[in-house]
Design a protein around this ligand. Structure first.
Ligand code: SF4
Ligand code: SF4
Length: 364
């Protein structure tokens, strides 16, 4: 499904904006069409999307996971409860949110998940979720009854075969988008068998009745004091180009969007596969808008900047309850300013990040 079609479906679910917070649609459009300034404020733009880290626990252990301090000994302190969530939704920074993505860790491990969704609806925000999908079969009925309206399932090599059975059961009930992180080693290895495994993955998601498969490029992540970019696909990768061509040749009935796509389509329900542009070594593409679009917090109000700078239990990017002004100070402001200024230096986290070329609307 084209992302604009997905927005349209969500807009329908919000009763064409009537069921949303006041000014939320206008604010969303301002962010989407780039009427932004370095500061987040009512005068310029507020965050349209709340991303809630509802738990620091996960039932998987991916090597490239960006969630810092997973499974801390005091994990209960980081579980989101209905009270904690209501406090976040009542905070002035949530005022113009149109959509809430309940994430984790794995959000389905949170015992309050159904209530978190129904609280979102009561607060006139559309509830969505990112999940690895392994617990979906057990939970889907109560999630839908609570009002869940959007679902993104992350697929990994070690979950593919289990999801092959689960996804077809869920897709008739809710439009589902899938994502998969493409590792450099993976595409280099699979070139020797004509990318067989990646073609099988596309086929599995297509046959499961999902709406979209979005490939992600592995974001370089901090390992001790160093950034590890060994699994990041950079521009100039001939194998990546070859992979995309092989996928297009194998699936003429599927629509391909993003990098190397030739036809620009603005709308449509057709199953879509999205390939992102590879990460650039140059700093000339500063299209990432995550620090404007996504209000990323953990259950205690610790703030994140983007998916590469997630909330931190040591309050590295501040806490919205202790000092809400921090969203317009320090590192967070520095990141936004540098993304708006093509000539200045970029923060180290952004330099090799694939999202510099822009983030496909997987959420909004
Ligand atoms: S499923 Fe997501 S949260 Fe869990 S380990 Fe993997 S990347 Fe991290
Ligand atoms: S470009 Fe920078 S702000 Fe955007 S996701 Fe990457 S690290 Fe975060």
């Amino acid at each position: 499904m084209h992302k604009n079609m997905r927005y349209f479906h969500l807009f329908q679910k919000s009763k064409y904006g009537v069921g949303l917070r006041k000014g939320a649609v206008y604010n969303f459009l301002k962010v989407k069409y780039n009427f932004i300034s370095a500061k987040i404020s009512e005068k310029s733009t507020m965050y349209p999307v709340l991303v809630l880290q509802s738990t620091l626990r996960c039932n998987l252990s991916c090597p490239f996971c960006l969630v810092t301090n997973k499974h801390p000994q005091n994990w209960r302190e980081y579980e989101c409860t209905p009270d904690k969530y209501s406090k976040i939704l009542n905070h002035k920074l949530s005022k113009k949110c149109i959509f809430s993505v309940i994430s984790g860790g794995e959000p389905l491990l949170n015992e309050h998940i159904d209530e978190l969704i129904s609280i979102t609806v009561k607060n006139k925000i559309l509830p969505g979720m990112t999940t690895n999908g392994l617990l979906l079969e057990k939970k889907i009925e109560t999630l839908l009854a609570a009002g869940l309206c959007d679902l993104q399932v992350s697929i990994y090599d070690n979950t593919k075969s289990r999801l092959e059975k689960i996804l077809p059961l869920i897709s008739p009930l809710i439009a589902m988008n899938c994502s998969y992180v493409l590792l450099k080693s993976k595409i280099e290895f699979s070139r020797h068998n004509n990318f067989e495994e990646i073609l099988e993955l596309i086929s599995m998601v297509f046959n499961s009745g999902c709406a979209l498969l979005k490939f992600n490029i592995c974001v370089p992540f901090l390992e001790g004091a160093f950034y590890n970019d060994s699994e990041t696909i950079f521009e100039g990768s001939a194998v990546y180009d070859k992979l995309i061509k092989a996928c297009k040749a194998a699936f003429p009935q599927i629509r391909f969007d993003g990098y190397l796509s030739d036809k620009k389509i603005l709308f449509g329900n057709k199953f879509t596969v999205y390939f992102p542009p590879p990460a650039g070594r140059g700093h000339n593409r500063r299209m990432c808008r995550l620090p404007w679009s996504s209000f990323i917090v953990d259950s205690n109000g610790n703030l994140g900047v983007c998916c590469n700078m997630l909330p931190n239990t040591e309050e590295r990017y501040g806490n919205i309850f202790n000092r809400p002004e921090l969203i317009n100070e320090g590192h967070t402001l520095k990141v936004r300013k540098s993304l708006l200024n093509n000539d200045g230096p970029l923060p180290s986290q952004c330099i090799k990040c694939a999202n510099l070329a822009g983030v496909y609307g997987s959420v909004l």
